[in-house]
Design a protein around this ligand. Structure first.
Ligand code: 48F
Length: 257
């Protein structure tokens, strides 16, 4: 006979094991869009202890809706190997233009990343960082519904050797650092340069170039990288996001040793 309290206990017990395991990690990723998921996948696959925090209930960021809710995405040739590794089917449209179903893509990315060992904690928002004092050493978090309701409830904290800001256009972790220690980012002005208008070709190349450490202990990936370093936006072409996630994972795997 099924017992409601046992169901409750099973959920609480299992969740707390997961949460406890995330208190001290090699890498903490903020944002569950394509760049964060791919970074998490490669880090977990390499045996690193990695957690991803996502504000929303659903994981996938800006990829579910393709372009303007037409649920297809475009990916260029350079990133096809990643799609293949994630088990995503794609079709050639023209030279260097390939398409994939955005729902299938998000679903495969999430499934592969979790099964590789990435822990995803959803409905959690990162509101601050821990600094000691010249380096980011962790994150400060709270339930998203607490944030949404504007409740005055203190957050909790986790520590991590490295943090990745994969929060997309909002570049939220970098914004916190800029506010706490203005002028100290690894950008030309020391501040967030700000995202520029749509230019797909340039943006895709720059996303990769801008994927780097922006403050000791803090890396940026995906659209957050362009927003921080003043690159343009690119719209619903996703190769740059996937390659950015792969690049940041590779760099951190090398640094973690
Ligand atoms: O925006 P998002 O998909 O980031 P991305 O990986 O990919 C960008 C593309 O989707 C698209 C594009 C490229 O074609 O321009 O926009 O760079 O996902 C970012 C995720 O971060 C979450 C947010 O809910 C979204 O799912 N997020 C943002 N701020 C926080 C956060 C925060 N403070 N705490 C937790 N999650």
């Amino acid at each position: 006979m099924l017992d409601e309290v046992k169901i409750t206990k099973a959920i609480i017990d299992r969740y707390f094991i997961k949460l406890n395991n995330c208190l001290e990690t090699d890498v903490a990723i903020v944002g569950g869009g394509p760049s964060g998921l791919i970074a998490g996948y490669y880090l977990a696959k390499a045996g690193k202890k990695v957690v991803l925090f996502e504000r929303k209930l659903s994981i996938g960021g800006g990829m579910w809706g393709g372009g303007m809710m037409f649920n297809e995405i475009v990916v260029q040739k350079d990133a096809l190997l990643i799609l293949e590794e994630m088990g995503v089917r794609y079709k050639q449209y023209e030279d260097d233009y390939y398409t994939a179903d955005s729902i299938e893509t998000v679903s495969c990315l999430v499934a592969k990343a979790v099964q590789a060992g990435l822990t995803i904690l959803n409905c959690i928002s990162i509101e601050d960082v821990i600094m000691r004092p010249e380096r980011i050493t962790g994150l400060v978090l709270n339930w998203s519904p607490v944030e949404m309701a504007g409740l005055h409830i203190d957050p909790l904290s986790v520590s991590s050797q490295y943090v990745i800001d994969a929060t997309g256009h909002a570049t939220e972790v970098v914004k916190v650092v800029q506010k706490k220690v203005p002028g100290r980012l690894n950008t030309p002005t020391g501040m967030i340069e700000g995202e520029k208008s749509m230019w797909a070709d340039k943006a895709e190349a720059l996303t990769l170039e801008n994927t780097k450490e922006v403050f000791p202990g803090l890396y940026i990936a995906g659209m957050a990288a362009n927003a921080t370093f003043g690159g343009p936006r690119m719209g619903p072409i996703f190769g740059g996001m996937l390659l950015s996630g792969e690049k940041v994972a590779k760099e951190l795997i090398a640094r973690l040793g």
